[in-house]
Design a binder for this molecule. Structure first.
Ligand code: DC
Length: 231
């Protein structure tokens, strides 16, 4: 029988450092990466591009089921995300705060989550997968052999996000980010389906006092302790 691909799930709220850490860990292990938040961001953006009403649940579920997306890398090694045919480059457009809030709204709708479920499962391929999101360990990969729940205080997360955005967007304010983040946390944690919550068997890492390198090292130690990586 062929060996199933090991899956490492990293869930947690926005700004906890999940995205950066998942990418670094995947690169260090030579594993695939699933950025599930990008899929919800893409659904929200594609819905907007197709002029769907903001409350059109079935319309957005249709968009999710038919999403044509290519995840690639640019010449400098950074990510490139192309949407639709002919493809348009949405790499920057899906990373705005507005796209994040839109993603959080469409992600609360069960038909959208159902439409994306199998697509996410299909990312699990050898030699392994690092899956980053909100429900990776609880819903999409409940049997994953290693689950991390990465968190940080809301103030620290807003400060990190501010530092990321301030060079790209001069209008960004720390207070507005703090408010948006608290709003997004509340919606992601309280929704009826697949709310943001640590899986019972997840290892919780609070990154408030830690740097990225320290968290990456802790996660890689856990992968090796559990003998998930073959070399
Ligand atoms: O990780 P992110 O900021 O790119 O995610 C954007 C939104 O998508 C987030 O507010 C909630 C939603 N999301 C989700 O519901 N389930 C996931 N697995 C990933 C993201």
């Amino acid at each position: 029988m062929s060996r199933a691909a090991p899956v490492l799930t990293i869930d947690g709220p926005g700004g906890s450092g999940k995205g950066t850490i998942a990418r670094r860990v995947a690169t260090a292990l030579g594993w695939h990466l699933l950025d599930s938040g990008a899929l919800y961001r893409l659904v929200a953006l594609a819905g907007q591009l197709q002029s769907l009403a903001a409350d059109d649940i079935e319309g957005h579920a249709g968009v999710a089921a038919n999403l044509q997306v290519t995840f690639g890398v640019q010449a400098d090694g950074s990510e490139q995300i192309l949407l639709g045919t002919p493809p348009i480059d949405v790499t920057a457009a899906i990373r705005t705060e507005e796209a994040g809030l839109g993603a959080s709204r469409v992600a609360a709708w069960p038909p959208v989550r159902t439409a994306l479920f199998q697509r996410q499962r299909d990312f699990a391929r050898l030699p392994g997968l690092v899956a980053d999101g909100r429900d990776m360990g609880t819903v999409v990969f409940p049997d994953a052999p290693l689950k991390i729940y990465l968190t940080a205080s809301v103030e620290e997360r807003a400060r990190r996000r501010y530092n990321q955005l301030k060079d790209k967007d001069s209008g960004v304010s720390l207070l507005a980010l703090l408010r948006d983040m608290a709003e997004r946390d509340a919606r992601d944690m309280s929704r009826a389906v697949a709310p943001l919550v640590a899986a019972q068997d997840a290892i919780v890492i609070d990154s408030t006092p830690l740097g990225i390198n320290e968290v990456v090292a802790q996660v890689l130690d856990l992968v090796h302790l559990r003998r998930l990586h073959s070399t």
